[in-house]
Design a binder for this molecule. Sequence first.
Ligand SMILES: Nc1ncnc2c1ncn2[C@@H]1O[C@H](COP(=O)(O)OP(=O)(O)OP(=O)(O)O)[C@@H](O)[C@H]1O
Ligand SMILES: [Mg+2]
Length: 200
Amino acid sequence: MAQQKGGTGKTTLAANLGVALVASRKVALLDIDPQHTLTRWHELRPKTAPKLTFSNVSGWRVSGELDRLKANHDFVVIDSPPQVDTDARLAIRSADLVLIPMQPSPPDVWAAEGTLKLVAAEKRKAAMVLNRVPPSGKLRETVTTLLQRGGKPLLTATIGNRTGFAIAFASGLAVSETAPRSIAANELGALLSELLEMLE
Ligand SMILES: Nc1ncnc2c1ncn2[C@@H]1O[C@H](COP(=O)(O)OP(=O)(O)OP(=O)(O)O)[C@@H](O)[C@H]1O
Ligand SMILES: [Mg+2]
């Protein structure tokens, strides 16, 4: 997860995608954001919930930790801070796929384009996903058209503005665990399928 703008959904999606993957794969979550939001989420996770390997490191430890986690997991989901510093660059460099969440609004799109350039500079594959999409309005269409015309790697899957994400997060859970039949869980499932298709 990378996006130099703050609050676009990196941590929310890292937690929810990690949990969605754990049903069938060996998953590790790596928090390299000094805010440690994902770490707080993981600390709240009930003991009875499916277990994910969890780690948080920064600085010179990032590379080694990534190698270690990659060696014995099918997926390593990395949550990075809202700026592309040295640590985030290391994460991008070693990623098979960089997911860039953004809200369908100009500031997020501009920041995402900056992040996309950094991913391209590292010769990595990127996917942009619209998050917190309002139920109606022209903004989504305008932004989608703009990105598609620009040949940007925008995913078909989108995530709506759903309070379920915050509710699940507050208990260390994912929407697939608190509300498996919700629209949020469905949208997340569609996002995961699209990402897996890109990776496999
Ligand atoms: N799809 C969504 N629907 C509703 N709320 C959401 C959604 N995605 C994220 N949020 C909320 O938006 C806020 C920011 O989300 P999150 O912490 O995941 O962003 P972030 O990109 O990791 O932020 P930062 O850059 O600070 O690390 C949180 O309060 C979260 O609950
Ligand atoms: Mg975050």
